[in-house]
Structures are given as C-alpha cells and as structure tokens.
Ligand binder design. Sequence first.
Ligand SMILES: *Cc1c(COP(=O)(O)O)cnc(C)c1O
Length: 361
Amino acid sequence: MSYKITQVEPQIGEEEVANVKSVLESGWLTEGKYTQSFIDEFKKLSGIDNVLLTNNGTLALYLAILSLDLPPKSEVLVPAFTFYATASAVVFAGHIPKIYDVNENTWHGDLNHASKLVSHSTRAIIPVHIYGSMCDMTEYKNFAELYNLKIIEDAAQAVGVKKDGVHAGAYSDISTFSFFADKTITMGEGAAICTNNNALFEKLKLLRNQGRPNSGTFIHPALGMNFRVTDMQAAVGCAQLLKLENIAKERRGKYERYKSNLTSAEIKLQKIDSGVNPIPFRFAITSPKIEKIKDKLEQNGIQTRSFFYPMNKQPAIAKYGQIDCPVAMTLYESGLALPIHSKITNHDIDLITELIMDTLK
Ligand SMILES: *Cc1c(COP(=O)(O)O)cnc(C)c1O
C-alpha cells in the first residue's frame, strides 16, 4: 500500500549531496577528512573523550561488548523493551542475555526486576534509551556498582539527548549510537562507539581495524576485523550533525502539538524523567483501544508502527531462560508509534489526532 503519511523519512538535502559529491570527486573514498570531522564534532556534542565510527548500531554493540573482555558465557542484563539487536549482540559476543522488564511509565529498565536476575555469572547491564528519552543513569550506576557490573549504554535512539546537561552515553564505561536511516540523524548505515576509558578505546581501535592501530601496516598485534565506514557515509553524517539542533526543535514542537490535541484519558504517553531534554524519536502512544486506532489510521493512509516485541519472547533469546516481563508485553499489546519526521506538517498532525479522537468517541 502506498501511504499518504509515512512512518519515517530521512531529512536529506543539498548539503548531504554536496558533501558526498566532494568525497567522490576527491578520489579518497575510505575513512578520511569527513570521518575525522564527524568524530571531532561528535566528541564536542557528546562530551565523550573517544569516538569511533563503525558500520551500524548492531555491530557497535557487538564491538562494545567484545572490548570488555568478559569471561565467556557471562550473563548480560538486557531490557525486554528494545530493538532485537541489543539482545542478539550479546549472543554473538559469546554471552547470555538475561532479560529484565521495564517500568510501565518511563518504558525504561526496571532495576528492581533486574536485581532479581543477578547471579554469580552476571557481568554487565545494558540500559537502552527509548524513543528519544533517557534512562536515569544515576540509578544504573548505583546498580552497576552494587553488583560490580559493566555498563554498555545503548544510545542508538538518543543522539543529542541530555539529562541535567549530560549527553546520553557519557555516564558509562561504553556507549553506542546508531545512524541508520530512521534514526535522529543518519548516514544511511553507520554508528558511533564512545568511551571515556582510554584502555577500552585502544582495544576497540584494534578490534575495529584488523587488529592494528593504524591502516597501512601488515603487523597485526591483536585479533580484529574490518568494521570501518566510508567517507561517503561520514560526509552525510557531517551534514546531518549541522541539522541536529533544528531537527530537535522541530520534533519537540510537533510532539507538543500531538500532545495537546490528544486530550483523551484513553491515551498515555511515555513519562519523561525530570531533567531530560528529549528529542522525540517517534510519537509513541499506548491505549486500551490501540487496535481500533491503528486500523483507522492505516485505512486513512497513515503508516503506523507497532512497539517492540519483548526480547524474552524472541525465540533465539528466549532459549537462554524463560523470564516473565509482563510490562513489556503490555506495551507491545497497547502501543503504537506515530510519525514525527521533518515532512510531517501541523496539518498532518491535526488530521492524525482527529482520526484518533474520533475512534475514541
Ligand atoms: C536502531 C537500534 C539499534 C541497531 O542499530 P542499527 O544501526 O540499525 O544496527 C540498536 N538498538 C536500538 C535501541 C535501536 O533503536
């Protein structure tokens, strides 16, 4: 079906085209000028000391986990409400995902539930910032200290998001961001791995680039593979970074319009912790009547997207232990993501919210 209003649209313009053209014309296609420039700008934005680019958010998580050198088959705590890659990366890195439930209001990890899953083999926990909001990282830090765990922060959806002035990813041992086409800013495919820990950074450099600190040498002091990007991707990323502030402003405005139009008690939004300055990633709602709302919107050419199906229910993850995560299941059953990208107009939002309010009458 062709939609009148699509779920996601990257915001690509002349700037991205000009940057890519200049890379192609320069003849230097692999990591170069734009890669360095993107890294420098991302360090400034995030306030994190070390940044590396890699192919995508999934492999960024994989490398981040590998760099921690956890004993084989360590247990890693993963929230139930996230994209599949958060859990699959743990398995690919040779570890066991233990799935903890989330809070019904913030949709972020429920550390009370996580504490019940900690065993003598638990070595790390992954917080995931959902839909452009941010977890309470102080809570996570205290938890990690109490149980002596590493933190790998999945900030795929949290580029530009801050709590109390601190950027997502800056609180933990290591963090990852995605620049997939539907993320806040994009390179098509791409990701950043960030750490304030210099020893981890050195390990990651080797893992990412054939076990050597720099290209152009055939002595490989460690085991590594090729997880590099192209300068074309970084060129798109550089143009996107310049738009981030505007993207954030626009999306916050659209979020407020959606919110003030949806006056029904049968619609709930994600609770945003105080101090968080979110960049809405979708306009995400839950409702007891979500099926009816979804049908109505789809019939009217508006592309909706379901919430994540809980990690504890994914066959390849569930085999590591049957854990009940009722909140994540309820979110899946009652949630719906609505579009909030740059092509969505006020008129579109009013149309969508009118259809929803009509359905609830
Ligand atoms: C998108 C996403 C990923 C994976 O990133 P890719 O770049 O698509 O591989 C991981 N975790 C979360 C929470 C995501 O939203």
